[in-house]
Design a protein around this ligand. Structure first.
Ligand SMILES: [Zn+2]
Length: 215
């Protein structure tokens, strides 16, 4: 049994990594760069987390592919921080087919390396993602797993989303209990000098959740 964790360096993926490590012994992590504005922070956080949990981290660039369909905060570096959705009601954080690329790429990398293995692919999808991110919904994850398994004759893949029923608030609480250093899990759409802006939807949500758990 092996496990691969999709590690963005945000709080959700950090807690997911810890949970994967608690479940199985042979865990590695993969971080994707795809032209996101926060890549520098994300990569740094991912490296710190991988070091902390003693897992091998692979950094894979999908930037050439994602460059073909940039949208939201990937395109608009100075968007209005009060506007969390575009004129079609789509979240500014949405990236086309992101998790489908991530999961199939992670699966392909593992599939090439091993044979006759059970492989868990861990993803930090959580309850609040559902509304704006179709590729975080249970139905998508179930069907992605099916497609991946029907694409290989070598290994057996399972997609694991241990936080799928948890809200941001619950995840922050768990992170606190598991002693995950929050400073290594910054998520922000619009960092200024590699520091969180404090204004974007991700920063606002996080601030609110931290306020609530420390109440
Ligand atoms: Zn921000």
């Amino acid at each position: 049994m092996k496990g691969t964790v999709l590690l963005s360096g945000g709080i959700d993926s950090a807690v997911t990594l810890k949970k994967a490590k608690d479940q199985i012994k042979d865990v590695n992590a993969i971080h994707f760069s795809y032209g996101q504005q926060t890549e520098e922070i994300e990569k740094r956080n991912s490296m710190k987390l991988a070091e902390q949990y003693d897992v091998h981290l692979e950094v894979v660039s999908l930037e050439d592919i994602f460059n073909n369909f940039k949208s939201g905060t990937m395109l608009d570096k100075n968007y209005d921080s009060n506007k969390t959705t575009d004129k079609h009601g789509q979240s500014v954080g949405y990236v086309h087919m992101r998790n489908l690329y991530f999961l199939t790429t992670a699966a392909a990398i593992m599939d090439q390396k091993t044979r006759d293995e059970e492989i868990n692919l861990y993803i930090g999808a959580q309850k609040n993602d559902k509304e704006h991110y179709p590729d975080c919904r249970p139905k998508f994850l179930k069907n992605a797993q099916k497609a991946i398994n029907q694409s290989t004759q070598k290994n057996q893949f399972k997609i694991k989303a241990p936080l799928i029923d948890k809200t941001k608030k619950q995840i922050l609480k768990t992170a606190k209990n598991l002693e995950i250093p929050l400073k290594n899990t910054i998520s922000c759409y619009n960092p200024i000098d590699n520091k969180p802006c404090g204004e974007c939807p991700a920063c606002k949500k996080r601030k609110q959740a931290i306020k609530e758990i420390t109440k």
